[in-house]
Write a protein of this length. Structure first.
Length: 404
């Protein structure tokens, strides 16, 4: 499948706009009547509308548009693949450069945070209760819409914090914790109840659908896929999510380590850039496909390359070798069936995908049960999960209205 990718000189690590540069950038907007940028946002954040407010120096209005449409607007400004969404659709892309929508959204949500605005408001309680499983973007978006409409929402989360992959997967240098925390605080202030360290399994669902008027599953994909290779259980062979969670929590030094990452997606890029940022002696990314077919967003690949990480393509891992129970090196064969390669490594990170965890691997359809986000769509993006959470909230409201 071909992908249209719009490459700008943007990187997630670029300096933020200040008031002067933000207004100058907003004034580049052509105020398009049909606003293809807004059409292109799955969550309906409506960039055309908030940019228009910003042009008129109406920061509050701009912040309202973002927050009301996208409860995780601060985080999305930093992690959305805008070069495949709003910025790729921007009419100015055909003239010179797209309007820097993500950076404008970042500017507005940062003003909102600094001024301590509280835009979302809880609706009067309507007597109905909803349970959400998982505290990731899908459930948070669903809960936010419902709480504003007067539903009492309880979120069951297996870990000790909310945010899902935002707090537990995406590296801190791309998404600082204080940005997520502000987004989360807006939802907590709506009265949404969080029950942490609570894993829900398929056998609990019957009880939950009796206890609550509706149940939403937004449990994401938390079981790492692995490579069926000799040596995969050696010490030093780590799955990407374990590596990233540990790095996000403790930021351990990688000094002295040679690291090989296998995988061609955004998660593999995050592992490689994190290892490099933590001071590894060397980091190498290896994957089977040609670079043009890699599944990672081009901006993430460019970030890895700009950090000096070599990317080796079209090599298949064959055997993980070790000594005294610990990984020492890994051997590959080339796609041409002739080339061979052996890389010395102290840590081998497998970033070859995730799937549903056992507890909720298969769930039978039943009345009052809804789902969205990675768990339902097989793994997409934060903004797709938000869109599906919002959509599920609308379906839950319709379902409960009809039942009443
Ligand atoms: C390393 C990494 C980097 C990424 N980078 C980007 C990016 O830059 N931009 C982007 O748009 N997308 C990115 N993604 C994808 C994005 O994070 C996901 O698409 C998005 O988080 C999905 O949201 P979700 O709510 O469906 O699931 P999740 O974010 O996975 O949240 C699910 C939540 O459910 C909890 N849970 C799971 N099972 C249970 C259970 N049985 N009981 C209770 N709780 C449970 C989990 O602990 C988690 O908190 C990245 C993903 C990863 C892994
Ligand atoms: S498409 Fe670009 S120029 Fe048109 S309204 Fe959106 S941001 Fe402005």
């Amino acid at each position: 499948m071909s992908r249209t990718i719009c490459v700008t000189d943007d990187t997630p690590l670029e300096k933020d706009f200040d008031s002067r540069t933000a207004l100058a950038e907003a004034s580049r907007c052509l105020l398009c009547h049909d606003a293809p940028c807004s059409e292109a946002c799955p969550a309906g954040t409506d960039p055309a509308r908030f940019i228009r407010s910003l042009r008129f120096k109406n920061i509050w209005g701009a912040a309202e548009t973002i927050r009301e449409n996208n409860p995780l607007g601060g985080s999305c400004a930093l992690v959305c693949p805008v070069n495949e969404l709003c910025e790729s659709a921007c009419v100015r892309a055909g003239l010179d450069q797209p309007v820097r929508i993500a950076k404008l959204q970042r500017f507005v949500t940062e003003q909102e945070r600094k001024m301590g605005m509280q835009i979302l408001k809880t609706g009067p309680f309507n007597g109905k209760t909803v349970a959400c499983i998982g505290a990731g973007p899908a459930s948070l978006a669903c809960a936010s819409v419902l709480a504003q409409q007067g539903y009492h929402v309880t979120i069951f989360e297996q870990s000790s914090q909310s945010g899902g992959m935002l707090s537990l997967g995406i590296p801190r240098f791309r998404l600082p914790q204080e940005i997520i925390d502000f987004d989360l605080a807006q939802i907590e202030k709506l009265g949404v109840e969080f029950r942490y360290n609570t894993t829900v399994s398929a056998s609990d669902l019957d009880g939950l659908t009796k206890q609550f008027d509706a149940v939403f599953i937004g449990a994401g994909l938390w079981k790492p896929k692995t490579l069926d290779l000799p040596g995969k259980s050696l010490d030093g062979v780590i799955h990407a999510l374990d590596y990233l969670q540990n790095a996000r929590r403790y930021e351990p030094s990688e000094k002295g380590n040679r690291i090989v990452v296998i995988g061609d997606g955004d998660v593999a890029m995050d592992c490689a850039t994190t290892a490099q940022a933590l001071g590894a002696d060397s980091v190498k990314l290896v994957f089977c496909r040609p670079i043009a077919e890699a599944s990672a967003n081009i901006a993430e690949t460019l970030l890895a390359v700009s950090m000096g990480i070599p990317v080796v393509t079209e090599f298949f891992p064959q055997k993980i070798n070790g000594k005294n129970g610990r990984v020492t090196d890994i051997s590959f064969t080339g796609a041409d069936n002739e080339s061979v390669m052996n890389l010395l490594t102290d840590k081998l990170i497998l970033a070859v995908g995730q799937e549903r965890s056992e507890e909720l691997a298969s769930v039978s359809r039943q009345k009052g049960l809804f789902s969205g986000g990675d768990w339902a769509n097989g793994g997409k993006t934060v903004v797709a999960a938000i869109a599906e959470g919002k959509k599920a909230a609308a379906s839950i409201i319709d379902y409960l209205d009809l039942r009443a």
